[in-house]
Design a protein around this ligand. Structure first.
Ligand code: XUL
Ligand code: CO
Length: 436
């Protein structure tokens, strides 16, 4: 018996349709800049939110009624849930999914039993991938829920916690490889500190780097060729996470000789928690050559935590797609909806509305970004702003032909700088609105 018996495959109905169970902008085969939309966007469903989210919050228990869930957390229930997940993703038309090891299978009484549980569910995932053609965008390990990781995993003050985490990531890499995962993500669930009085920051960062090197070595050993990704987030659950933002992550990767092996998975709500915009984080990662994949979601302007809402803001998705197109696309990364329906949206059908909205918002962002790029007006305004660098002293400085002494001579002769130009912010903001 299908879990979503009353729902058909979500069709593309075009922008005029009022059907809430249809795409209005996401047409997977529509060509944009010479590539089908589905290959630009590589949409992925996040298993942890969509199939493990219950709607619980610090003030109350879950609200979500999932008729396919049995009362107990058995392997059989996990296998059944995996089949439901693929029914959902197939009907939605998502090409990828992502998971943490502990989302898909229950933890056992020992590591041996836990690994056995994982294998039993991975077997079903492999069958379902085969049946549907849906692929694994990335795998990761949950090293933040179990109390053994209260001080962190790779940065724990307890060496045994580090060892347990290593064993866990070893297994997670094996199953990610087995399922053809195209990436593997590190998100430092508790890799940070609550208090500096009790923390040896240097030692913890050294351990985190050693851990990542071990992962890179093991991937080589087993022939896992997927891309490693590091996911910035400044705080939550710890007060300070070491993977604070794109700049901090890139510095860490360079400082510890990991830059050739690891790129970034950038998430909107994490960017805003760091006091940045998603656009800023994408630009920073992109121009440094570290843009790997994105976790698509959004925060709430009035709430200061990681609310992980589905993205529907067209300005946001336009900015995302402008940066993504500019830096040559995301593959082998993708657009993973690390987003959850609100606690009040407790019915299974809300999962469809949420993903359809996010996919349509990104499809619109893609089309708008492509139109902005094709038109060239924005590019022209930016280029004009830097026109003093295109010839004369600007071009000479960029070519490395000047020193402080030669520029002093130049300025003594010239006396004052050439007039500045307007930044044209308002003109540009109006221009962007013309494409929306
Ligand atoms: C947490 C978060 C994670 C990572 C994967 O804020 O974003 O779910 O995406 O561990
Ligand atoms: Co995320």
């Amino acid at each position: 018996m299908p879990a979503f018996a009353e729902i058909q495959k979500i069709p593309f109905d075009g922008p005029r349709s009022k059907n809430p169970l249809a795409f209005h902008h996401y047409d997977p085969n529509e060509m944009v800049e010479g590539k089908p939309m589905r290959d630009h966007l590589r949409f992925s469903v996040a298993y942890w939110h969509t199939f493990r989210g219950t709607g619980s919050d610090p003030f109350g228990p879950g609200t979500m009624h999932r008729p396919w869930e049995a009362a107990s957390d058995t392997v059989e229930n996990a296998q059944n849930r995996a089949r439901v997940a693929f029914e959902f993703m197939e009907k939605l038309g998502a090409d990828f999914y992502c998971f943490h090891d502990r989302d898909i299978a229950p933890e056992g009484r020992s590591l041996t039993e836990t690994n056995k549980n994982l294998d039993a569910v991975v077997k079903v995932l492999a069958e379902e991938q085969q049946r549907t053609g849906i692929k694994l965008l990335w795998g990761t390990a949950n090293m933040f829920s179990n109390p053994r990781f209260m001080h962190g995993a790779a940065t724990s003050s307890n060496a045994d916690a580090f060892a347990y985490a290593a064993a866990q990531v070893k297994k997670a890499l094996e199953v990610t490889k087995q399922l053809g995962g195209e990436n593997y993500v590190f998100w430092g669930g508790r890799e940070g500190y609550q208090n500096l009085w009790n923390t040896d920051m240097k030692r913890e960062l050294d351990h985190l780097a050693r851990f990542m090197h071990m992962a890179v070595d093991y991937a080589k050993q087993i022939g896992f060729t997927g891309q490693f990704l590091f996911e910035p987030k400044p705080k939550e659950p710890t007060k300070h996470q070491y993977d604070f933002d794109a700049a901090a992550c890139i510095n860490f990767l360079r400082a510890y000789d990991l830059a050739d092996h690891v790129k970034l998975n950038i998430e909107t709500n994490h960017a805003t928690l760091a006091g940045h915009t998603m656009h800023h984080e994408l630009e920073y990662a992109g121009h440094q050559g570290f843009l790997g994949s994105i976790d698509a979601n959004t925060g709430d302007l009035l709430l200061g935590w990681d609310t992980d809402q589905f993205p529907t803001d067209i300005y946001l998705t336009t900015q995302c797609m402008l940066s993504i197109l500019k830096y040559g696309g995301l593959a082998p990364g993708g657009v993973n909806f690390d987003a959850k329906v609100r606690r009040e949206s407790f019915e299974p059908i809300d999962l469809f509305y949420a993903h359809i909205g996010g996919m349509d918002a990104f499809a619109r962002g893609l089309k708008i970004a492509a139109a902005i790029r094709a038109d060239g007006a924005l590019d022209k305004l930016v280029r004009e702003r830097y026109s003093s660098w295109h010839s004369g002293v600007g071009a000479e400085i960029e070519a490395g032909k000047h020193s402080f002494a030669s520029l002093e001579k130049y300025m003594l002769e010239k006396g004052e700088i050439s007039p500045n130009q307007s930044g044209r912010q308002e003109l540009i903001e109006n221009l962007i609105n013309c494409y929306l």
